[in-house]
Ligand binder design. Structure first.
Ligand SMILES: [Zn+2]
Length: 122
């Protein structure tokens, strides 16, 4: 099944004169916004278009979704990070690692993959 093409959200996408953007019948060609089935961050044909968007809208987006106004702290209670090591058989050994205390606790693969499973305080 063909995946659906989506429009690049870069505000300047149509102004970049690449061959693939030039479309239309002879004598009536225009440079057009790219359409892709895969987009960077789901929205942009490439990082240039992503940067264009952020340059134009980034400050407004941050203000809209919540501007950080004080320092955040990574504490012992919130410093658990899922990771893995390799054992001598080249198998992954999943662990929880506390980035403050350096404590390590065992973790099953299911717990590792479960995005709701955490030792961190919420
Ligand atoms: Zn684009």
């Amino acid at each position: 099944m063909m995946s659906e093409l989506k429009y690049c959200q870069g505000p300047e996408c149509h102004t970049y004169s690449t061959k693939d953007r030039l479309k239309g019948m002879k004598g009536n060609k225009t440079y057009q916004t790219r359409r892709r089935s895969f987009l960077v961050y789901g929205e942009f044909c490439d990082t240039r278009c992503y940067n264009d968007w952020f340059h134009k809208f980034g400050t407004r987006a941050v203000d809209h979704f919540g501007r950080l106004k004080e320092v955040k702290h990574l504490t012992e209670e919130n410093a658990w990070q899922k990771t893995y090591n390799w054992n001598s058989n080249d198998d992954r050994v999943y662990v929880y690692h506390n980035k403050i205390t350096q404590e390590t606790r065992p973790l099953t693969e299911n717990q590792y993959n479960d995005t709701n499973y955490t030792l961190n305080e919420r």
